[in-house]
Design a protein around this ligand. Structure first.
Ligand SMILES: [Zn+2]
Length: 340
């Protein structure tokens, strides 16, 4: 085993730090006031600022206990100060003993906790107005059900843009997107807007509901769709979305989080004939109540076929591929069983 030289055992003392210290010269400004150039970079290397988005503010000691555990960092290696608390957020400044700890924590920004979300940024001076900053964080997810004919770079960008400022979009691969039933995206989400639950997409004279799902769901309100408070304290009425079939359904719920086990395609595999069960809800929607009287609001009054949106597009083609795949697999298995 190679051993680190004794002088390198302190993680805090990198070559960069040493160089910084040797060039730690104080200069004078026009009016003779001293300026320590390295002061700024030291703060930058060891401090962060944060917005704790929650209707449940935490005391300094609770922040230290909870974040210390979540980050796996001992009390003596970091500290936090609460600078401002409002009804929806607390603004914080963190200082760390080691740049390595700070970088590791910033790399996983934002931090999703049970009762709030912590948005972090490297410290670059106390802001003039805390509430204007720290309002964006990266959010990744999937958009389902886009018909094959509509899979174009422009459409993917436009649809992803409804979730936030686009950072990344899955490279166009129509067969792959069709077989999976979705494409992936990553955006910079802004907390001044609600989470995008889906989009009613115009297609061949009809409207298709394209559900959005997210890899991780921040602490959010299932009434209004905003991040940073929960349903119990929300004064807004519950938001509904039109599903393209004349139904008004709740826009927000735990289903917005990707759950591979409950994936839409998984349910299709259970029914490999390619025929959809009429009770099957669109992905992103709750199970359809068996009695129509339980439907919250049904538009029109015309006979609603609950599944026409699946007759075309990504999911229908995907189901056919899956069905034939499963048939082949089944035959092989049956032959094997007989042979054995
Ligand atoms: Zn709300």
């Amino acid at each position: 085993m190679l051993e680190k030289p004794v002088t390198m055992t302190n993680n805090d003392t990198s070559m960069e730090d040493l160089l910084n210290r040797t060039t730690n010269l104080t200069v004078l400004d026009d009016e003779g006031w001293e300026i320590n150039e390295s002061g700024g970079s030291e703060v930058n290397a060891l401090c962060a600022m944060g917005r704790w988005c929650s209707n449940r503010p935490m005391s300094r000691s609770l922040l230290r206990t909870i974040l210390g555990r979540v980050w796996g960092i001992s009390d003596r290696d970091w500290s936090v100060e609460i600078k401002l608390t409002t009804a929806t957020a607390s603004f914080l400044v963190f200082s760390f003993k080691s740049t390595k700890d700070l970088n590791r924590i910033l790399a996983k920004n934002p931090w999703f906790l049970n009762n709030g979300i912590l948005i972090l940024e490297r410290f670059n001076g106390i802001p003039q107005n805390w509430e204007n900053g720290l309002s964006k964080f990266p959010l990744s997810g999937r958009i389902h059900n886009l018909p094959a004919k509509s899979i174009t770079k422009g459409n993917l960008e436009r649809l992803s843009g409804f979730a936030g400022e686009v950072l990344e979009i899955q490279k166009i691969d129509i067969p792959k997107m069709v077989s999976k039933g979705f494409f992936t995206f990553k955006v910079m989400y802004d907390i001044s807007k609600p989470i995008c639950p889906g989009f009613l997409f115009p297609f061949e004279g009809r409207k298709l509901w394209l559900p959005y799902r997210y890899d991780r769901l921040p602490y959010m309100c299932f009434n209004c769709g905003f991040v940073g408070h929960d349903t119990r304290v929300c004064a807004e009425p519950m938001k509904f979305v039109e599903d393209g079939l004349g139904n008004q359904l709740p826009g927000y719920g735990a289903w917005l989080k990707i759950d591979e086990k409950k994936d839409y395609l998984y349910s299709q595999i259970k029914n490999p004939s390619g025929v959809f069960s009429s009770n099957f809800p669109p992905p992103g929607f709750k199970e359809k109540p068996s009695s129509t009287s339980e439907v919250i609001h049904s538009g029109g009054g015309q006979g609603i076929n609950p599944i026409p949106e699946f007759k075309t597009g990504v999911t229908m083609e995907a189901s056919k591929i899956l069905a034939s795949f499963l048939t082949i697999l089944g035959r092989r298995f049956w032959r094997k069983e007989r042979a054995g």
